[in-house]
Design a binder for this molecule. Sequence first.
Ligand code: ZN
Length: 198
Amino acid sequence: MNAAPAIQKLLDELERLPGIGPKSAQRIAYWILNTDAATALRLAEAIVEVKETVHFCSRCFNYAQDDVCEICASDRRDASIICVVSEPRDIPPIERTMVFKGVYHVLGGALSPMENIGPDDLHIAELLRRLVTEDVQEVVLATNPNVEGETTAAYLARIIKPLGVTVTRLASGLPVGGDLEFADEVTLGRAIESRLPL
Ligand code: ZN
């Protein structure tokens, strides 16, 4: 490719994005070149704004702009039931099902002996603290239906159950080995409704 240096720089950056290969990078780059300056700048500013203003919720580790995220701050959520997920990106698919009315706790990953990720690398101590200080009745384990997610769920069930809190796991029906992120809303909604005690 013999693009002008500025265009090449944009192409190089776009190709780093997940799911974007050279062809898609080119399509987006030429769309940016073609569009009016205000539209392109809005995109650039949106990126700068999230990087400068978004951090982790002090309570659940979801993304937030205030001290706590929109979900933790809402008085319409049932704080007695906590849904545990691996990453903030697992929350929107669960929200879209409109089945879950509780709150969340983001672990920041999953247990993986292969990658040397142990309990201390995840927000597990913070979860246990919430179970002691907040009036929690149920913990729904919504880690991904793959090896790391199942290992994490089994570990959490083992340490939470002695605290007298009901522990449930999303029902089967989710594609095994997959990511919650990619589950369709109907399947995921059904898996939440028919969650099973562990
Ligand atoms: Zn939160």
